[in-house]
Design a binder for this molecule. Structure first.
Ligand SMILES: [Zn+2]
Length: 205
């Protein structure tokens, strides 16, 4: 979890740079996201000033990387790749509906029992589906039983989109990655959990 973040706008071609302090961070790190955003992570005890100095020391390389990404994005836009606006619109149309279908399929398919062996009623029930546009995850869920799905799921092969939705719905039963969680997800995906997870891992978000 990020403790603190701040954004600084640079006029030297680096654009808006986000500095984020992470408890698990041990050194300065600079990345350029797939959207061309420069992100610096730093240890909690480090100063933003030192992080900036570090960024400037590798600035040339970062600038070149950013320009390369921005150029590619522009070429994609000109080639007619779907814009974020279009993807978002499609995601709102498809993802809530598909989540409902997956919910119904999963509810039919498996019976969940609690520790006393009693059948859990409506184990996959959820409140709402929110569509997100981030580059940190394909999906997540909250203790309030809300599901967040990344809009870019609609660009994936349908079986991978379904896999992510099933993964999040299974978290409503087991809010962890325990053996029982994986056994459930594997049952839902007809024994293909590992294969699907491996395929998804190879796709860059
Ligand atoms: Zn998970």
């Amino acid at each position: 979890m990020a403790l603190q973040a701040r954004t600084v706008k640079y006029e030297n071609g680096l654009g808006n740079v986000t500095y984020t302090k992470y408890p698990q961070s041990r050194s300065f790190r600079v990345i350029v996201s797939s959207k061309g955003e420069v992100k610096v992570t730093l240890p909690v005890y480090a100063s933003y000033h030192d992080a900036e100095k570090f960024l400037f020391s590798v600035g040339g390389k970062i600038l070149a990387r950013r320009q390369e990404i921005l150029k590619r994005l522009e070429a994609q836009a000109q080639a007619g790749a779907p814009s974020d606006y279009q993807t978002n619109k499609l995601a709102h149309k498809i993802l809530p509906q598909r989540t409902r279908q997956m919910y119904e399929m999963m509810t039919q398919k498996v019976t969940i029992r609690n520790r006393l062996g009693l059948v859990v009623k409506d184990p996959f029930r959820y409140n709402r589906v929110a569509i997100k546009n981030n580059s940190s995850n394909w999906g997540s869920c909250s203790t309030l039983r809300n599901i967040n799905l990344n809009m870019n799921l609609v660009k994936l092969p349908p079986e991978l989109m379904d896999y992510v939705i099933a993964h999040e719905l299974c978290h409503l039963v087991y809010p962890n990655h325990s053996q029982r969680f994986h056994a459930l997800l594997n049952a839902i995906t007809d024994g293909k959990e590992k294969a699907l997870a491996a395929r998804l891992k190879r796709i860059k978000l």
